[in-house]
Design a protein around this ligand. Structure first.
Ligand SMILES: *Cc1c(COP(=O)(O)O)cnc(C)c1O
Length: 357
């Protein structure tokens, strides 16, 4: 299905952002997180672009298998690990490093065939309370895995931070202290940091870092600015103007008639809407970019259209409007729409046609 909205992906920005990760965490190996179709940037193309990463991280086994089928030989970390004997077999055959985060996985391992040997990462819950085994049991579990006939030496030790996007946050401090205390002396590669940790918490730069959102040029911080973080926007979301009108003072625009023109207003209709992943919650005033100028949306976002203000903008039908990208940061749009850049990139990136530059 070809619609007119396009996500244009700048490969040099992706590469720049990986270099930025290495500059900030020079003593760590970087595992590029390319789950969810590389946050909407296309997993295989992103992997190709970032093929000098030290490894890749994905959520699930099928994503990892797609990478192997495309002949990527890098280390691959599977963040949600395995749930069946079949997963275990695939992990062994395709040399995947699978995360062990739940007791049920230990039972599966205990009943695995002797021929199965996997690389593992022991995920410890230090306070995020999503995936992970209790940090207090780190030593026992590590020793149990170390002796396990189905596990290759040496399992990694891993944890994940809940609040790294808030500089100085105490919860992060407490999580780091717990991780250090309970894993002290264990001889294993460690991995703690996502993008917010990489950019904001140097203590998390252990053997491996796990950059995700920063690779795509969106700031991981709550009120962040990707330029201040030294990042470049990788995705530009564009769609063409398909109609231009002048709407009379006092008339209103779009569903719900939620925006009323305070004076005669020149408007343009852009061929993008929530069916393309542009957020329906973006209110009147959300910024867009057209012909060298910033302007804004007016009224509600529809399924395949949005109306913008053309006051003081020289525009014609067919001109391309930037919804986010080089001029309007996805983080700014996300904040205006009450969400985060991650969600917008995943949604629009996975619904729109891609173009690589
Ligand atoms: C998604 C994910 C990452 C990457 O997070 P970003 O915030 O996008 O950098 C790292 N580690 C784990 C466990 C994840 O699930």
């Amino acid at each position: 299905m070809k619609r007119s909205a396009r996500a244009i992906i700048d490969t040099s920005a992706l590469r720049h952002n990986l270099r930025r990760c290495r500059e900030v965490a020079p003593n760590s190996l970087a595992m590029a997180v390319i789950k969810a179709n590389a946050y909407g940037h296309n997993m295989l193309k992103t992997a190709e672009t970032l093929n000098n990463a030290n490894g890749f991280a994905v959520s699930c086994i099928p994503e990892a298998l797609e990478l192997r089928q495309a002949r990527f030989i890098h280390p691959i970390l599977v963040l949600q690990g395995f749930n069946t004997q079949q997963d275990l077999k695939a992990a062994a055959e395709h040399r995947l490093r699978v995360v062990i985060h739940d007791r049920q996985q230990l039972d599966l391992l205990d009943s695995a065939r002797p021929s199965i040997k996997i690389d593992a990462a022991l995920k410890l819950d230090t306070g995020m309370h999503r995936l992970g085994l209790p940090i207090e049991q780190a030593r026992n579990l590590f020793e149990r895995l170390g002796k396990h006939p189905n596990i290759k030496p040496t399992p990694w030790l891993m944890t994940h931070m809940a609040c790294a996007d808030e500089p100085g946050n105490r919860h992060t401090q407490a999580q780091l202290e717990r991780f250090a205390k309970y894993t002290e002396g264990l001889q294993a590669p460690r991995s703690i940091g996502n993008s917010a940790s990489i950019l904001g918490w140097p203590q998390t730069h252990v053997n491996w870092v796990r950059p995700g959102i920063m690779l795509y040029g969106s700031s991981p911080f709550m009120d962040g600015n990707h330029k201040e973080d030294g990042l470049q926007a990788a995705m530009t979301l564009t769609a063409p103007l398909i109609s231009i009108h002048t709407i009379a003072k006092g008339e209103s625009i779009g569903y719900g008639a939620s925006w009323t023109c305070p004076e005669d207003t020149r408007t343009g209709v852009v061929a993008i809407g929530y069916a393309d992943g542009y957020p329906r919650h973006a209110p009147s005033g959300t910024p867009v970019w057209l012909n060298g100028k910033e302007t804004r949306i007016l009224g509600r976002v529809s399924m395949d259209m949005v109306v913008i203000d053309l006051t003081a903008i020289d525009a014609r039908i067919g001109d391309q409007v930037e919804l986010w990208g080089k001029h309007i940061s996805v983080d700014r749009v996300a904040r205006t729409a009450g969400t985060i850049g991650y969600e917008l990139l995943c949604n629009a990136g996975n619904l729109c046609q891609h173009e690589y530059t």
